[in-house]
Design a protein around this ligand. Structure first.
Ligand SMILES: Nc1ncnc2c1ncn2[C@@H]1O[C@H](COP(=O)(O)OP(=O)(O)OP(=O)(O)O)[C@@H](O)[C@H]1O
Ligand SMILES: [Mg+2]
Length: 281
Protein backbone atom coordinates (compact mmCIF):
# COMPACT_ATOMS: atom_id res chain seq x y z
CA UNK A 1 0.00 0.00 0.00
CA UNK A 2 3.03 2.23 -0.02
CA UNK A 3 2.14 2.85 -3.62
CA UNK A 4 -0.99 4.73 -2.58
CA UNK A 5 1.01 7.04 -0.39
CA UNK A 6 3.62 7.59 -3.05
CA UNK A 7 1.15 8.26 -5.81
CA UNK A 8 -0.97 10.61 -3.71
CA UNK A 9 2.04 12.56 -2.51
CA UNK A 10 3.12 13.03 -6.09
CA UNK A 11 -0.38 14.03 -7.09
CA UNK A 12 -0.34 16.83 -4.55
CA UNK A 13 3.13 17.94 -5.50
CA UNK A 14 2.72 17.85 -9.25
CA UNK A 15 -0.84 18.97 -9.91
CA UNK A 16 -1.24 22.29 -11.69
CA UNK A 17 -1.57 25.18 -9.27
CA UNK A 18 -4.91 26.78 -8.54
CA UNK A 19 -5.94 29.75 -6.52
CA UNK A 20 -5.85 28.47 -2.96
CA UNK A 21 -8.62 30.81 -1.86
CA UNK A 22 -10.96 29.02 -4.18
CA UNK A 23 -12.08 32.30 -5.70
CA UNK A 24 -10.60 31.92 -9.14
CA UNK A 25 -11.46 29.16 -11.57
CA UNK A 26 -9.36 26.05 -11.35
CA UNK A 27 -7.49 25.27 -14.51
CA UNK A 28 -8.30 21.80 -15.72
CA UNK A 29 -5.97 20.16 -18.20
CA UNK A 30 -6.98 21.37 -21.62
CA UNK A 31 -4.79 19.40 -23.94
CA UNK A 32 -3.61 15.84 -24.41
CA UNK A 33 -0.14 17.32 -24.96
CA UNK A 34 0.09 18.29 -21.29
CA UNK A 35 3.78 17.98 -20.29
CA UNK A 36 4.65 14.99 -18.18
CA UNK A 37 6.68 15.93 -15.12
CA UNK A 38 6.48 12.95 -12.82
CA UNK A 39 5.58 9.34 -12.47
CA UNK A 40 2.08 10.24 -11.37
CA UNK A 41 1.68 12.65 -14.22
CA UNK A 42 2.84 9.87 -16.49
CA UNK A 43 0.25 7.61 -14.96
CA UNK A 44 -2.46 10.22 -15.20
CA UNK A 45 -1.87 11.56 -18.62
CA UNK A 46 -0.55 8.52 -20.41
CA UNK A 47 -3.54 6.52 -19.29
CA UNK A 48 -6.16 9.15 -19.85
CA UNK A 49 -6.93 11.03 -23.01
CA UNK A 50 -7.92 14.50 -21.87
CA UNK A 51 -9.53 15.87 -24.95
CA UNK A 52 -10.87 19.22 -25.99
CA UNK A 53 -11.50 21.97 -23.52
CA UNK A 54 -11.89 20.19 -20.20
CA UNK A 55 -13.28 23.34 -18.59
CA UNK A 56 -16.22 23.25 -20.98
CA UNK A 57 -16.73 19.57 -20.28
CA UNK A 58 -16.83 20.24 -16.58
CA UNK A 59 -19.48 22.91 -16.88
CA UNK A 60 -21.47 20.86 -19.36
CA UNK A 61 -21.47 18.10 -16.77
CA UNK A 62 -22.53 20.58 -14.12
CA UNK A 63 -19.21 20.72 -12.30
CA UNK A 64 -19.36 24.31 -11.16
CA UNK A 65 -17.74 24.44 -7.70
CA UNK A 66 -14.54 25.93 -9.14
CA UNK A 67 -16.24 28.87 -10.85
CA UNK A 68 -16.69 32.33 -9.41
CA UNK A 69 -20.45 32.31 -9.32
CA UNK A 70 -23.41 31.74 -7.06
CA UNK A 71 -23.29 27.96 -7.43
CA UNK A 72 -19.68 27.90 -6.30
CA UNK A 73 -20.66 29.99 -3.26
CA UNK A 74 -23.29 27.42 -2.40
CA UNK A 75 -20.71 24.68 -2.57
CA UNK A 76 -18.38 26.66 -0.33
CA UNK A 77 -21.15 26.86 2.25
CA UNK A 78 -21.91 23.17 1.88
CA UNK A 79 -18.21 22.40 2.18
CA UNK A 80 -18.01 24.24 5.48
CA UNK A 81 -21.05 22.41 6.80
CA UNK A 82 -19.53 19.07 5.84
CA UNK A 83 -15.99 19.73 7.03
CA UNK A 84 -16.92 21.17 10.41
CA UNK A 85 -18.51 18.02 11.87
CA UNK A 86 -15.94 15.84 10.11
CA UNK A 87 -13.08 17.75 11.72
CA UNK A 88 -14.78 17.83 15.11
CA UNK A 89 -15.24 14.07 15.10
CA UNK A 90 -12.01 13.13 13.37
CA UNK A 91 -13.98 11.67 10.47
CA UNK A 92 -12.18 11.35 7.16
CA UNK A 93 -14.29 9.08 4.98
CA UNK A 94 -17.50 10.45 3.52
CA UNK A 95 -20.00 8.47 1.46
CA UNK A 96 -22.26 10.40 -0.89
CA UNK A 97 -25.47 8.40 -1.08
CA UNK A 98 -28.95 8.62 -2.54
CA UNK A 99 -32.04 6.45 -2.45
CA UNK A 100 -32.41 6.00 -6.19
CA UNK A 101 -30.64 6.43 -9.52
CA UNK A 102 -30.14 9.78 -11.16
CA UNK A 103 -30.71 12.04 -8.16
CA UNK A 104 -27.32 13.71 -8.67
CA UNK A 105 -25.00 11.77 -6.35
CA UNK A 106 -22.03 11.75 -8.73
CA UNK A 107 -22.45 15.38 -9.74
CA UNK A 108 -22.77 16.40 -6.11
CA UNK A 109 -19.77 14.28 -5.05
CA UNK A 110 -17.61 15.74 -7.82
CA UNK A 111 -18.58 19.32 -6.94
CA UNK A 112 -18.02 18.79 -3.22
CA UNK A 113 -14.63 17.18 -3.92
CA UNK A 114 -13.67 20.12 -6.14
CA UNK A 115 -14.76 22.59 -3.51
CA UNK A 116 -12.83 20.80 -0.77
CA UNK A 117 -9.71 20.64 -2.96
CA UNK A 118 -9.90 24.40 -3.39
CA UNK A 119 -9.76 24.78 0.38
CA UNK A 120 -6.06 25.37 1.01
CA UNK A 121 -5.95 23.17 4.10
CA UNK A 122 -7.44 20.09 2.61
CA UNK A 123 -6.57 17.36 0.16
CA UNK A 124 -9.28 15.11 -1.19
CA UNK A 125 -9.48 11.74 -2.84
CA UNK A 126 -12.70 10.98 -4.68
CA UNK A 127 -13.39 7.29 -5.20
CA UNK A 128 -15.97 6.26 -7.77
CA UNK A 129 -17.48 3.29 -5.98
CA UNK A 130 -20.26 2.74 -8.48
CA UNK A 131 -19.07 -0.32 -10.35
CA UNK A 132 -22.21 -0.56 -12.47
CA UNK A 133 -22.64 3.00 -13.68
CA UNK A 134 -19.40 4.86 -13.04
CA UNK A 135 -19.57 8.53 -14.00
CA UNK A 136 -16.93 10.45 -12.07
CA UNK A 137 -14.14 10.18 -14.65
CA UNK A 138 -16.39 11.16 -17.55
CA UNK A 139 -17.83 14.10 -15.61
CA UNK A 140 -14.24 15.38 -15.29
CA UNK A 141 -13.67 14.73 -19.00
CA UNK A 142 -11.21 11.93 -18.29
CA UNK A 143 -11.01 8.75 -20.33
CA UNK A 144 -9.72 5.96 -18.16
CA UNK A 145 -8.85 2.40 -19.08
CA UNK A 146 -8.67 0.98 -15.58
CA UNK A 147 -10.39 1.66 -12.32
CA UNK A 148 -11.52 0.44 -8.92
CA UNK A 149 -13.02 -2.76 -10.33
CA UNK A 150 -9.69 -3.67 -11.91
CA UNK A 151 -7.94 -3.08 -8.60
CA UNK A 152 -10.49 -5.13 -6.65
CA UNK A 153 -10.30 -8.02 -9.11
CA UNK A 154 -6.50 -8.02 -9.04
CA UNK A 155 -6.04 -6.59 -12.54
CA UNK A 156 -4.36 -3.33 -11.53
CA UNK A 157 -2.49 -1.67 -8.70
CA UNK A 158 -3.85 1.42 -6.97
CA UNK A 159 -1.03 3.45 -8.45
CA UNK A 160 -2.13 2.50 -11.93
CA UNK A 161 -5.68 3.71 -11.45
CA UNK A 162 -5.23 6.99 -9.56
CA UNK A 163 -5.80 10.04 -11.73
CA UNK A 164 -5.18 13.71 -11.14
CA UNK A 165 -7.80 15.75 -13.01
CA UNK A 166 -5.66 18.88 -13.06
CA UNK A 167 -6.57 20.41 -9.74
CA UNK A 168 -4.07 20.66 -6.96
CA UNK A 169 -5.01 18.53 -3.95
CA UNK A 170 -7.63 16.49 -5.84
CA UNK A 171 -7.02 12.89 -6.84
CA UNK A 172 -9.59 10.57 -8.35
CA UNK A 173 -9.80 6.83 -8.06
CA UNK A 174 -12.17 6.22 -10.97
CA UNK A 175 -14.22 3.27 -12.05
CA UNK A 176 -14.91 2.16 -15.59
CA UNK A 177 -16.82 -0.59 -17.30
CA UNK A 178 -19.60 -2.47 -15.56
CA UNK A 179 -19.22 -5.35 -13.14
CA UNK A 180 -21.99 -7.90 -12.66
CA UNK A 181 -20.26 -9.05 -9.44
CA UNK A 182 -20.09 -5.51 -8.07
CA UNK A 183 -21.79 -6.42 -4.77
CA UNK A 184 -19.17 -9.06 -4.08
CA UNK A 185 -16.30 -6.79 -5.10
CA UNK A 186 -17.49 -3.87 -2.97
CA UNK A 187 -18.21 -6.14 -0.03
CA UNK A 188 -14.83 -7.86 -0.29
CA UNK A 189 -12.05 -7.76 2.24
CA UNK A 190 -9.86 -6.05 -0.32
CA UNK A 191 -12.33 -3.17 -0.51
CA UNK A 192 -12.58 -2.77 3.25
CA UNK A 193 -8.79 -2.84 3.54
CA UNK A 194 -8.58 -0.18 0.84
CA UNK A 195 -11.06 2.06 2.68
CA UNK A 196 -9.12 1.67 5.92
CA UNK A 197 -5.82 2.26 4.18
CA UNK A 198 -7.02 5.38 2.40
CA UNK A 199 -8.55 6.64 5.63
CA UNK A 200 -5.52 6.18 7.81
CA UNK A 201 -2.81 7.75 5.69
CA UNK A 202 -2.98 11.52 6.01
CA UNK A 203 -4.87 13.54 8.56
CA UNK A 204 -5.43 16.36 6.14
CA UNK A 205 -7.11 14.21 3.52
CA UNK A 206 -10.81 13.65 3.09
CA UNK A 207 -11.67 10.46 1.22
CA UNK A 208 -15.01 10.68 -0.53
CA UNK A 209 -16.94 7.80 -2.06
CA UNK A 210 -19.56 8.18 -4.76
CA UNK A 211 -21.89 5.28 -4.04
CA UNK A 212 -24.49 3.46 -6.12
CA UNK A 213 -28.18 4.01 -5.26
CA UNK A 214 -29.13 2.57 -1.87
CA UNK A 215 -32.37 0.99 -3.03
CA UNK A 216 -31.29 -0.39 -6.40
CA UNK A 217 -28.98 -3.22 -5.32
CA UNK A 218 -26.93 -4.53 -2.43
CA UNK A 219 -23.85 -2.67 -3.67
CA UNK A 220 -23.94 0.35 -1.38
CA UNK A 221 -25.16 -1.61 1.62
CA UNK A 222 -22.34 -4.10 1.33
CA UNK A 223 -19.78 -1.57 2.49
CA UNK A 224 -21.78 1.31 3.97
CA UNK A 225 -20.75 0.44 7.57
CA UNK A 226 -17.14 1.24 6.77
CA UNK A 227 -17.58 4.95 6.27
CA UNK A 228 -17.20 7.53 9.00
CA UNK A 229 -20.21 9.47 7.76
CA UNK A 230 -22.58 9.98 4.85
CA UNK A 231 -24.39 12.74 3.01
CA UNK A 232 -27.80 11.91 1.54
CA UNK A 233 -28.63 13.47 -1.84
CA UNK A 234 -32.34 13.93 -2.46
CA UNK A 235 -33.73 14.92 -5.83
CA UNK A 236 -36.33 17.63 -5.73
CA UNK A 237 -39.54 15.92 -6.80
CA UNK A 238 -37.59 12.82 -7.74
CA UNK A 239 -37.88 10.78 -4.58
CA UNK A 240 -41.05 9.53 -2.92
CA UNK A 241 -41.57 9.69 0.82
CA UNK A 242 -41.41 5.91 0.97
CA UNK A 243 -38.04 5.87 -0.79
CA UNK A 244 -36.65 8.45 1.58
CA UNK A 245 -37.97 6.59 4.63
CA UNK A 246 -36.36 3.42 3.38
CA UNK A 247 -33.08 5.20 2.68
CA UNK A 248 -33.13 6.65 6.20
CA UNK A 249 -33.79 3.22 7.64
CA UNK A 250 -30.81 1.78 5.77
CA UNK A 251 -28.67 4.64 7.04
CA UNK A 252 -29.73 4.16 10.67
CA UNK A 253 -26.31 2.95 11.78
CA UNK A 254 -24.44 5.51 9.68
CA UNK A 255 -23.39 8.95 10.89
CA UNK A 256 -25.64 10.95 8.60
CA UNK A 257 -24.28 14.48 8.27
CA UNK A 258 -27.46 15.66 6.64
CA UNK A 259 -29.16 15.76 3.31
CA UNK A 260 -28.91 17.95 0.25
CA UNK A 261 -31.87 18.81 -1.92
CA UNK A 262 -30.60 18.70 -5.49
CA UNK A 263 -32.19 20.18 -8.62
CA UNK A 264 -34.10 22.54 -6.36
CA UNK A 265 -34.54 25.33 -8.86
CA UNK A 266 -34.05 23.84 -12.26
CA UNK A 267 -35.15 27.10 -13.88
CA UNK A 268 -32.01 28.88 -12.75
CA UNK A 269 -29.60 27.98 -15.48
CA UNK A 270 -30.41 24.30 -15.21
CA UNK A 271 -28.18 23.63 -12.27
CA UNK A 272 -29.07 25.51 -9.19
CA UNK A 273 -28.14 23.76 -6.00
CA UNK A 274 -30.12 24.67 -2.98
CA UNK A 275 -28.68 22.91 -0.01
CA UNK A 276 -30.81 22.13 2.95
CA UNK A 277 -28.44 20.64 5.37
CA UNK A 278 -28.18 19.20 8.84
CA UNK A 279 -31.79 18.25 9.34
CA UNK A 280 -31.65 14.51 9.94
CA UNK A 281 -35.36 13.98 10.47
N1 LIG B 1 -28.58 20.35 -9.78
C1 LIG B 1 -28.82 19.77 -10.95
N2 LIG B 1 -29.61 20.38 -11.84
C2 LIG B 1 -29.90 19.81 -13.03
N3 LIG B 1 -29.43 18.60 -13.42
C3 LIG B 1 -28.63 17.95 -12.57
C4 LIG B 1 -28.27 18.49 -11.30
N4 LIG B 1 -27.48 17.60 -10.67
C5 LIG B 1 -27.31 16.55 -11.53
N5 LIG B 1 -27.98 16.76 -12.65
C6 LIG B 1 -28.08 15.86 -13.83
O1 LIG B 1 -28.80 14.69 -13.47
C7 LIG B 1 -28.25 13.56 -14.14
C8 LIG B 1 -27.88 12.51 -13.12
O2 LIG B 1 -26.84 13.03 -12.33
P1 LIG B 1 -25.79 12.07 -11.62
O3 LIG B 1 -25.11 11.19 -12.58
O4 LIG B 1 -24.95 12.94 -10.78
O5 LIG B 1 -26.80 11.22 -10.72
P2 LIG B 1 -26.52 9.92 -9.88
O6 LIG B 1 -27.43 9.98 -8.71
O7 LIG B 1 -25.07 9.77 -9.61
O8 LIG B 1 -26.99 8.80 -10.89
P3 LIG B 1 -26.70 7.23 -10.82
O9 LIG B 1 -27.57 6.69 -9.75
O10 LIG B 1 -27.09 6.75 -12.19
O11 LIG B 1 -25.27 7.06 -10.50
C9 LIG B 1 -27.06 14.06 -14.94
O12 LIG B 1 -27.47 14.31 -16.26
C10 LIG B 1 -26.70 15.37 -14.25
O13 LIG B 1 -26.06 16.29 -15.10
MG1 LIG C 1 -23.72 8.22 -10.00
Amino acid sequence: MELIEKALAKARAEAPKTNTEGAAPAVPPSSPQQPVHSDLAAISYSRTAVSGDAADVWVRNRLVAHLSDHNADLFRILRAKILQPMRENGWRTLAVVGATAGVGKSTMAANIALSIALDANQTVLLVDADLRKPRVASYFGLQVQKGLGDYLSGQATVEEVLVNPGVERLVILPSCGSYSNSTELLGSRKMSELVQELRSRYESRIVMFDLPPLLASGDALSFLPQFDCALLVVENGGNTAVELQEARRLLQKTNLLGWVLNKADAGMGGYYYRHYYGDKR
